[in-house]
Design a protein around this ligand. Structure first.
Ligand SMILES: Cc1ncc(C[n+]2csc(CCOP(=O)(O)OP(=O)(O)O)c2C)c(N)n1
Length: 808
């Protein structure tokens, strides 16, 4: 037995020789199953049974080695190549893997995404069907994958940072469902080319600065699709490029290891050492796994012969991990050639049986639907004037090769169109069938954009603000400070962070004094890194913490928009309610000045953050009520505070820490009979001022504050105002066609506002250019007091020129 072999043996839990042999052979078996899944998966795509395939072939051995050191409570934040790791950890069966390849929309058979994500996008179920947390310390966890390269990085920072908090923050000691003394490691995987992305570098820096327990594996197969690493990475080596990050005693940094993707023994040695050290010390590490192969090329979209030369293709054949592992097993005397061949056959069988079963389950459901509609078609044809056409539709449907639901729906709708002038019992029954299946399909493909649990933000009961007795009239920031103080005291899992949030309590002081009071694990500073501030919040929220992540100014949200949009906003949806991350993003905007502080990119958010709530309070009392609501719920939201509102004095409700502002509830802040003006945020104050001036011109304005853009006016109250006034104007300081157009569409289309207008509804927004600097820049770019007065006056004048003669 070789020296190397003996060393490995002790590294795998000091197993007996027999057990060691079985473990190695089982590893080889998993690798064979995984490889065969990849081979069969490609065929399934090329024959049209699945739409797209991206597989883990070539990366099997490294992932098996890593998996040995992945404990209960640990987390994975990875990407689409990790099927072998998922098989080895018992987090995905080959059957489930094929179910995802076929997009089987049944969460019991495809628990990772219920068919919503393409193959190789994994997620474990952190919450049960009632939205309650499972015990995450008793399971191996994987945060839900997303497709953007390096998109897994920024949340990984938060997943790791959570361990640090659970280890060091005394107040979290009782949170047993989430951590065992902060010993959990986050395992991150990434392809070599994806390390070119900005979020990779931002995450690496923050991870090393914060010293979080992350084990990063770079699967280095030399290419990003076709582009070789010479064009991707400095010195064509991520470990060399990162060498300045190497750990130094007293200075920090991360440990950097190098190993080879085909060398089972060395991989095990490397991961044993790397993971143990990181788990114990929380010093992060990177394992650069070189010489990984990709036998089938990048994906089913093309062949790698187009961009790999002969020498590389030859190397990939020789250094295929499975071949090297097999050679090693035989040369170590662990198994005979015959034993190995039996394992290989078993791997093939398991993969093909899994494929068959998964396909049967997937296609069986659709076949049943086809049989059901075909029976209705026959009955409808029996009393129809178009039996031949109906029969043609039926025959077409029955002969469709590998049909999907779309084929069923198309055929059914065609028959209903053909028979639109014919009434029959069978046709009515088919319509009922359609109505029922519409509900089922809505659940299959469109549910869980928002939480469907009792903790959904829209379920939080309203507690009205009380202003009993003598109320304090204090600056807005102090009102926020009061509620954050209260919640930090009562919610040990609550923490707040961002640029300048810790030591000085944020640039506008809503957290002033709270770091001193609650400590550096509750209120703390971050580097200037919006992308990973958001990721940090997502990862922490995934592990039971309640982070409030601050983006200092709304304009800089753009850097953080990618994880918000791709990761957070889609989380409940892409896991069909399997994971939640109740992150609150706090930011400030509106009525700022200058091109980079324009401050109201609402349509940008509306377009990208469906799945989150967008709160646009007009003052700090309303903001406080929204935070109170959100902290009772389990959903992610962004709150845009009015930058020019912190110093304005407001009457503080006597129940300021208890009252709640229901999301989706508009507020009429001024009653009037001539025209309805809908607005929000800082602009609302300008509208209020305009209304006073317009009253002098004998125009009586009704003002509605929408308060939240998502959800929008859940009780359809705006149309009730329009019914009274007959005129409506939407005002904000977003771009033309931005959030004003969104509000217009909501009222005209969803609330049938069109029918109650005396004149066409109008919008008033900022100029399309970003705001110029200074007071004049603001005056000529944003809707000014004069603009609003003029607009409303002109609308009145159009309607009644005699009473309102043209102004100028
Ligand atoms: C942000 C983003 N840009 C581009 C893509 C398209 N894309 C998918 S995979 C890939 C290459 C990734 O290469 P690498 O990181 O080396 O991982 P590998 O697939 O080789 O394992 C690209 C460019 C994407 N998914 N996301």
């Amino acid at each position: 037995m070789s020296e190397e072999f003996e060393q490995i043996e002790t590294l795998i839990d000091n197993l007996s020789k027999e057990d060691f042999k079985s473990e190695v052979l089982e590893d080889y078996r998993i690798a064979c199953i995984s490889r065969n899944c990849s081979l069969i998966g490609r065929k399934e795509v090329l024959t049209g049974k699945a739409k797209f395939g991206i597989f883990g072939d070539g990366k099997e051995i490294a992932q098996i080695a890593l998996s040995k050191y992945f404990n209960d409570g640990d987390w994975r934040s990875g990407y689409y190549r990790d099927q072998t790791m998922m098989f080895a950890l018992g987090l995905c069966t080959p059957n489930q893997w094929f179910a995802q390849l076929y997009a089987h929309a049944d969460v019991t058979l495809e628990p990772h995404s219920a068919g919503r994500q393409m193959g190789g996008h994994f997620a474990t179920r952190s919450i049960d069907e009632n939205g309650e947390w499972n015990d995450l310390t008793k399971m191996k966890n994987t945060s839900a994958d997303i497709s953007p390269t390096a998109g897994q990085m920024s949340r990984a920072l938060g997943l790791g940072l959570a361990s640090k908090h659970y280890r060091n923050d005394e107040g979290l000691k009782g949170k047993n469902k989430f951590s065992n003394k902060g010993n959990e490691v986050v395992f991150v995987t990434i392809g070599d080319a994806s390390t070119s992305e900005g979020p990779f570098w931002e995450t690496m820096n923050a991870t090393a600065v914060l010293q979080v327990p992350m084990v990063l594996s770079v699967w280095d197969d030399g290419y990003g699709i076709s582009v070789p690493k010479e064009y991707q990475t400095t010195k064509a080596s991520i470990s060399e490029a990162l060498s300045g990050f190497a750990y130094e005693e007293g200075k920090g940094g991360m440990h950097i290891y190098k190993t080879k993707g085909w060398n089972y023994a060395h991989l095990i040695e490397t991961y044993a050492k790397a993971v143990a050290q990181t788990r114990k010390t929380h010093i992060p590490c990177m394992v650069h796994v070189e010489e990984i192969t990709q036998p089938q090329g990048h994906s089913t979209s093309g062949s790698h012969e187009r961009y790999k030369d002969e020498a590389r293709l030859q190397f990939e054949k020789e250094f295929d991990g499975l071949i090297k592992m097999k050679e090693w097993i035989i040369s170590s005397g662990l198994a005979t050639v015959e034993e190995i061949e039996n394992i290989e056959k078993d791997g093939k069988d398991v993969a093909s049986i899994s494929k068959r079963e998964a396909w049967k389950a997937f296609s069986g459901e659709i076949k049943n639907e086809i049989q059901e509609v075909a029976a209705y078609f026959d009955r409808i044809a029996g009393s129809s004037s178009k039996p031949a056409e109906i029969n043609d539709v039926k025959v077409d449907l029955l002969s469709t090769l590998d049909p999907v639901r779309k084929d069923v729906m198309k055929a059914m709708k065609q028959v209903l169109r053909l028979t639109r002038f014919e009434a029959s019992e069978a046709r009515n029954q088919l319509i009922t069938w359609k109505d029922n299946i519409d509900v089922v399909n809505e659940d299959r493909y469109c549910s869980h954009l928002y939480s469907e649990s009792q903790y959904a933000a829209t379920n939080i009961t309203e507690v009205p603000a009380e202003f009993s007795g003598e109320t304090e009239n204090i600056p807005g920031y102090q009102i926020l400070n009061k509620i954050f103080d209260h919640h930090l005291e009562h919610m040990p899992e609550l923490c707040a962070f961002g640029e300048d949030v810790g030591h000085i309590g944020d640039v506008n002081q809503a957290f002033a004094g709270l770091q001193e009071k609650y400590g550096k694990y509750r209120v703390f500073d971050t580097g200037i890194r919006e992308n990973t501030i958001i990721g940090q919040g997502i990862g922490m929220a995934l592990r039971g913490l309640r982070p409030i992540a601050e983006i200092q100014y709304l304009d800089y949200l753009l850097y953080g928009l990618q994880p918000l949009s791709d990761d957070l906003a889609t989380l409940q949806y892409r896991t069909k309610g399997g994971q939640k991350a109740p992150l609150i993003v706090r930011t400030r905007g509106h009525r700022l000045e200058g091109i980079w502080h324009t401050g109201s990119p609402m349509s940008l958010m509306l377009g990208s953050l469906r799945g989150m709530y967008i709160c646009v309070p007009r003052n700090m009392v309303q903001a406080a009520g929204m935070y109170n609501t959100l902290l009772k719920s389990d959903e992610p939201a962004i709150v845009v505070e009015c930058l020019n509102g912190y110093r304005i004095r407001e009457h503080m409700p006597s129940n300021v820490t208890e009252f709640t502002v229901p999301l989706g509830q508009v507020e009429t802040v001024r009653y009037g009979s001539d025209i309805t003006v809908v607005s929000y945020g800082s602009t609302l104050r300008v509208v209020e001022e305009a209304a006073e001036k317009l009253a002098e011109l004998e125009i009586d304005v009704e003002i509605i504050d929408v308060q939240t853009l998502l959800p929008f006016d859940a009780h359809q109250s705006i149309v009730e105002s329009l019914k009274q006034t007959g005129k409506i104007l939407f005002v904000d300081e977003d771009v033309p066609g931005g959030a004003t157009a969104y509000m217009y569409q909501e009222v005209m289309e969803k609330q049938n506002g069109y029918y109650y207008q005396d004149m066409p509804a109008q919008t008033l927004a900022a100029k399309p250019n970003r705001g110029a600097y200074g007071s004049d820049g603001d005056y000529f770019t944003k809707p000014s007091l004069d603009d609003i007065i003029e607009k409303i006056y002109d609308m009145m004048s159009d309607d009644d020129p005699a009473s309102y003669p043209t102004l100028y």
